[in-house]
Design a protein. Structure first.
Length: 129
C-alpha cells in the first residue's frame, strides 16, 4: 500500500467508482501523481481511467480506512466501558470514605463527600501531570 495524500486517495476512490476526474484546480497535482504512480491512465488533460493497479490500490486504501474506523470504534466502546466502571467504583469509594469521615468528625455525610471530592480532585490533577 502506498502513502497517498488525502486528495490523491479521494481522486483514486472516485475513479474506482467509474467516475472521471478532471486534472484542474485542486485536483491537478493529485491526478498527475496518480498517473506517475501508474494508478491512473491519462488519455488527455481531462480524461483519465483507473488502471488495474489503481483498482487494487483503491481497494487496499479503503480497506485500511475501514479497518482504522473499526479499531477506533472498538477503542471508543472499550473506553466508554472503562469510564463507566471507573466512575461507579470512584463514587462507591467516595461514599465509603465520606461515611468514615462522618464517624470521625460528626459532619453531615454530604459535606464529608463534598470535602473529600475536592481532595480527590486535587490528587487526580496531580496524577495527570
Amino acid at each position: 500500500m502506498r502513502n497517498l495524500t488525502q486528495d490523491e486517495l479521494t481522486c483514486l476512490a472516485i475513479s474506482a467508482q467509474g467516475e472521471n476526474m478532471l486534472a484542474i484546480g485542486r485536483w491537478e497535482k493529485p491526478i498527475d501523481r496518480l498517473v506517475e504512480l501508474g494508478l491512473l491512465k491519462r488519455f488527455d488533460k481531462f480524461n483519465h481511467e483507473i488502471t488495474p493497479e489503481g483498482k487494487k490500490e483503491a481497494a487496499a486504501q479503503i480497506d485500511s480506512v475501514d479497518d482504522a474506523y473499526a479499531k477506533a470504534a472498538i477503542d471508543v466502546k472499550n473506553a466508554q466501558t472503562q469510564y463507566h466502571g471507573s466512575m461507579e467504583q470512584a463514587a462507591k469509594h467516595l461514599a465509603d470514605a465520606a461515611k468514615c469521615k462522618q464517624l470521625l468528625t460528626g459532619q453531615f455525610p454530604h459535606q464529608c463527600a463534598y470535602d473529600l471530592a475536592q481532595e480527590v480532585l486535587q490528587k487526580a490533577l496531580f496524577l495527570l501531570k
